[in-house]
Design a protein around this ligand. Structure first.
Ligand code: PBG
Length: 336
């Protein structure tokens, strides 16, 4: 039996303010109550592969990032696998570009060759093919042009052929990033019709027309030579529209969706996480990477801490996995 006097005294005790600092006192306690974690298996490393490149070439606007030639992919694939990195996403840079982006859907094009090389060297590495025309078109737009505008429906079959070429080369996942309406359905249909029912789609569903893609366009030589991408990529001011994009892609059969850029879109990630049950990725884009690199190079912030904080925030907002140029470095430190 409890002593009734003692019970009363407990009830009457002045409540102490909640002491949230108790669980922050040392590393073990902080680790115990940590709400989100980050594992190298949740990170996707982008790889830029350039046709005919003899030796790895640094991308000036992205310190530590290099364009690779085909011969270097075996080593890269083995390193990523050894480090437990979740996946690699391949961006091909062809030797020749034309108005139709023909090299993107060439069965022997640079992306297909790269995917084949990665898979041959490391069959267990999850390989994703980026499906877009901008690296392959002479004008740098993500689709074919008609009267100065990107023609949505004329672009769809080209994206579908690109996806089929990448699937045939061994891609586990194809990731359409052109922001054409109906691209997921077109790609899913073409994959199924060509014997690639098992190849998954990761749609860049909520892809904003962002200033933070600048360094990537250097890396992939894909800056539009005229105009901008606001006619197909999303207006940064909108969030309900992002939900409609995701909904449409899920209906078209997307297995996973991507939100991009990452840190400027944390609200979009959170809302998407609360509304949809498909796996959701976030793309920490080139500009987000280069800002941290540049500030760190100036001694203005601590690179590893800023990186880990940004990645933690992206996970906390709801991303299951993150495409990031930091993937390999993060995994290397986790292994050290
Ligand atoms: C289009 C594509 C882009 C990025 C990924 N896929 C460029 C763009 O839309 O201009 C940007 C990624 C980055 O900035 O890191 N193929």
């Amino acid at each position: 039996m409890l002593d009734p006097h003692r019970m009363r005294s407990l009830e009457q005790a002045d409540p102490e303010p909640t002491r949230l600092r108790r669980t922050r006192q040392h590393a073990g306690l902080r680790r115990l109550v940590r709400e989100t974690r980050l594992d190298a298996a949740q990170l996707v490393q982008p790889i830029f592969v350039e046709e005919g490149l003899a030796r790895p070439t640094p991308v000036p606007s992205m310190p530590g990032v290099r364009r690779l030639g085909l011969e270097h992919l075996a080593q890269e694939a083995q390193e990523l696998t050894g480090l437990g990195v979740g996946a690699a996403i391949v961006f091909g840079i062809p030797a020749v570009k034309d108005t139709q982006g023909s090299a993107s859907h060439d069965a022997n094009g640079i992306a297909s060759q790269a995917i084949r090389a990665l898979k041959r060297a490391a069959p267990d590495l999850v390989v994703i093919g980026d499906v877009c025309l901008c690296e392959y078109t002479s004008h740098g737009h993500c689709g074919v042009l008609k009267g100065g505008d990107v023609d949505n429906d004329a672009t769809l079959p080209l994206l579908a052929r690109t996806a089929v070429a990448q699937a045939a080369a061994g891609a586990d996942i194809v990731a359409p990033s052109a922001m054409m309406d109906g691209q997921v359905a077109a790609i899913r249909g073409a994959l199924d019709a060509n014997g690639h029912k098992g190849v998954a789609t990761l749609s860049y569903s909520a892809k904003y027309a962002s200033a933070f893609y600048g360094p990537f366009r250097d890396a992939a030589s894909s800056a539009p030579s005229g105009g901008h991408r606001r006619g197909y990529q999303m207006d940064v001011a909108n969030v309900r529209e992002a939900m409609r994009e995701i909904e449409a892609d899920v209906r078209e059969g997307a297995d996973m969706v991507l939100v991009k850029p990452a840190l400027p879109s944390l609200d979009v990630l959170r809302l998407a996480r609360d509304r949809f049950d498909v796996p959701i990725g976030a793309y920490q884009v080139s500009g987000e990477f280069s800002m941290i690199k540049a500030a760190a190079a100036n001694g203005w912030l601590n690179e590893a801490n800023a990186r880990d904080e940004a990645l933690a925030a992206i996970r906390r907002a709801g991303a299951d996995f993150i495409v990031t140029y930091f993937a390999k470095a993060f995994a290397q430190e986790a292994h050290a």
